[in-house]
Ligand binder design. Structure first.
Ligand code: AVI
Length: 332
């Protein structure tokens, strides 16, 4: 048996994670998807990032919810008997808690259905909300967004009944981690998966002074670096790899024209890394980069155009006092 036959046979047995990692590391411009950042440690590091002085995004969205929770409740509950709040990528739920604890004291009953790729994050969320909002009707779903949405549909929780409005929450600038085409596809698919008069509340980071954006992804304590390098640790653990973390650095840059922060892991040596589980060796040149993440910033008008193209109608937009971040309410 030739080695190429061996390879193609074993390729068929690779999991999606293994395939993605291998394809990414074997590409001319090496890349690893930021969706793989969020193992248990990665989710914990992200919690720290959200509290960093440089990382303004979470605080701004928190402020928006504090300021506009009453207005949002009015919008969500207008003309419906009940509503489902379906949160995509809920994380620690701290911001959402501001809305939920306000909504449980109002008249219109609702359910909270968070969807997250990390089972651990969902578990922690459930524990937190059991304590802080015991009367909350909570049902967590672990998985990729559309798989989970489909699951919800099958379980008949994503109600098509006229008296229940589905409201998808896609917050925290999660949309920014998609490339432009991917965002449009995602929003189009989302609009198609919702019923007429359902809502999307979309939280995204606004374009602003490039220095402010750049600093948010280059924090002084190197937490964002640790967040990126944790993916190499994950690969070591899950693919029996031998990345020497000390020999890799982190670099990120913001380009105003494209609105993209682009993040990279950088090899600080000419080196070879083996992934024993996949029977592969990856070579690195000194200074060679692995692209890890896009964090896209938009103007309000850009987002209006994209969401319109995807099939949504603009309802309202909310921003913090500095005008750094925006939550846009859209209707199908
Ligand atoms: C989850 N996501 C919106 C964050 C962002 O701002 O792109 C992830 C992150 N990456 C580095 N810092 C935070």
């Amino acid at each position: 048996m030739t080695s190429s036959t061996l390879n193609s046979e074993s390729t068929n047995q690779f999991s999606t994670f293994e395939k993605d990692i291998l394809e990414g590391l074997e590409a001319t411009q090496k890349k690893l998807s930021s969706k793989y950042f969020y193992d248990e440690d990665g989710s914990k590091i992200f919690q720290i990032i959200m509290n960093l002085p440089e990382y303004y995004l979470t605080r701004c969205e928190y402020e928006i919810f504090e300021s506009y929770k009453e207005n949002l409740y009015e919008q969500f509950s207008k003309g419906t008997q009940t509503f489902n709040l379906i949160e995509l990528g809920a994380g620690d739920g701290l911001k959402t808690q501001v809305l939920l604890s306000n909504f449980v004291n109002q008249n219109t009953p609702f359910s909270y259905l968070p969807i997250d790729i990390s089972g651990e994050a969902l578990h922690q969320l459930k524990v937190r909300f059991n304590k802080t909002i015991p009367s909350l009707n909570f049902e967590g779903l672990e998985g990729e967004y559309f798989e989970a949405l489909a699951q919800l549909k099958t379980k008949n929780n994503l109600s098509e009944k006229k008296n229940t409005r589905n409201i998808v929450l896609f917050l925290g600038s999660n949309i920014g981690n998609f490339g432009d085409q991917q965002s449009l596809n995602f929003l189009t698919k989302l609009a198609q998966n919702l019923n007429q008069d359902d809502y999307l509340l979309l939280g995204f980071d606004l374009k602003k002074h490039p220095k402010i954006i750049k600093m948010a992804y280059n924090d002084a304590n190197g937490i964002t670096k640790a967040f990126n390098l944790n993916l190499l640790k994950r690969i070591n653990r899950e693919l029996d790899g031998n990345f020497n973390i000390e020999k890799f650095d982190f670099y990120s840059t913001y380009v105003p024209e494209t609105g993209e922060v682009r993040s990279y892991i950088v090899s600080e040596a000419k080196q070879e890394v083996s992934l024993k589980k996949l029977n592969k060796t990856i070579k690195f040149e000194w200074g060679e980069t692995i692209h890890t993440e896009i964090s896209r910033k938009y103007s309000a008008n850009q987002m209006k155009e994209i969401t319109k193209e995807a099939g949504f109608e603009f309802v309202e937009s909310y921003t913090d006092c500095k005008g750094y971040f925006m939550d846009m309410l859209l209707r199908v």
